[in-house]
Design a binder for this molecule. Structure first.
Ligand SMILES: [Zn+2]
Length: 173
């Protein structure tokens, strides 16, 4: 069974102002971890401290899972893409505000999956879940369902504005 400590990777980071997403939480027989872009759930872990859940969060969960139609023919292994580091050009390797004193930026790229694009950061994270399979999306702006040994979840695709912009430009030529 997947360990809850590992799933904490899917919670929002401490610098995220949405403190209610910083820790796993329980809701109707499951334990959830989410940062607002990705959500994973496993069978309820009773070690998780009971706390009051925002209505907004409950509504999102209800909507996601009640609208889910599982199509067994569309499950596939998720593609991954290593994340490269780009050296910060705003500072001379001394650290600055722009790079959060890291001296580099994460060079996030898109991974195509069905009709949608997801960031390689999330693709890699999800692919590391045991036997993870993703249900190929047929649209580019809807949450993408995935499942793994011991749980399942949803991931938001990247907004396809870059492609749209490119397409618009082409049409205007
Ligand atoms: Zn810098």
């Amino acid at each position: 069974m997947i360990d809850i400590e590992y799933l904490r990777n899917f919670c929002a980071t401490p610098d995220d102002p949405r403190s209610y997403l910083h820790e796993p939480f329980n809701y109707y027989g499951h334990t959830y971890c989410t940062d607002g872009d990705v959500m994973v759930r496993i069978a309820k872990d009773d070690r998780i401290k009971k706390r009051c859940l925002k209505k907004k969060v409950r509504d999102v969960i209800k909507k996601l899972f009640s609208g889910l139609v599982v199509d067994e023919s569309r499950f596939t292994v998720i593609s991954t893409l290593p994340i490269r580091h780009k050296i910060c050009k705003y500072c001379d390797r001394e650290g600055c505000e722009k790079c959060d004193n890291l001296v580099y930026f994460l060079d996030l790229r898109r991974v195509h999956i069905g009709a949608a694009d997801i960031s390689n950061e999330y693709a890699n994270k999800i692919a590391a879940l045991p036997n993870c399979q993703v249900m190929l999306p047929t649209e580019n702006d809807k949450p993408i369902y995935f499942r793994f040994d011991g749980g399942d979840g949803f991931l938001m695709p990247m907004i396809p504005f870059i492609d749209t912009f490119a397409n618009t430009k082409k049409e205007g030529e």
